[in-house]
Design a protein around this ligand. Structure first.
Ligand code: FES
Length: 160
């Protein structure tokens, strides 16, 4: 097992929620809450200590889009590419954020501060084009405003 995974945290999640195969989803949700993604090492550990199998857990983790199998940055920058945002220039926002962060869509910054990703409609089309940073929504953006979101986050990080 990777050194960065605290195995005791995995075991205590299983103790708290249960070892029965019907608990696969809540166990994986708790794992993701703890580690911000579902590490494969954790799937192996759960399979060793419960009645759930690796293939069952992996199947659940890949079937539901809520689960992530790769590590993510501290902040997840989601650029909406739904229809209204697409028409409003979502492509340009992704390009501006890629340039500002020095990564491509779908990647993490090397310092693991940010993850950039494209998502489907986030449900606030009247504000299109929209970017979400974790749960916060930024609307009516252009390239410049999108890049400024990162500037502001950096400033907030320095002072906060
Ligand atoms: S299309 Fe972007 S919020 Fe609906």
């Amino acid at each position: 097992m990777c050194n960065c995974i605290d195995i005791q945290k995995v075991d205590s999640i299983v103790e708290r929620i249960g070892k029965d195969p019907t608990k696969a989803i809540p166990v994986l949700q708790a794992v993701q809450k703890e580690f911000r993604y579902v590490p494969l090492e954790v799937i192996e550990r759960i399979a060793q200590t419960t009645e759930m199998t690796e293939s069952q857990l992996y199947g659940v983790a890949t079937f539901f889009t809520q689960f992530r199998l790769e590590p993510v940055g501290e902040k997840i920058i989601k650029v909406c590419h739904g229809t209204a945002c697409h028409v409003g220039g979502a492509e340009g926002l992704t390009e501006a954020l890629e340039a500002r962060l020095g990564i491509k869509d779908g990647e993490n910054t090397p310092d693991m501060k940010y993850t950039l990703e494209s998502v489907a409609c986030v449900g606030c089309c009247s504000l299109a084009p929209v970017v979400m940073v974790d749960e916060k929504t930024y609307g009516s953006l252009d390239r410049k405003k999108a890049a400024k979101i990162i500037d502001d986050l950096e400033k907030a990080g320095e002072t906060g």
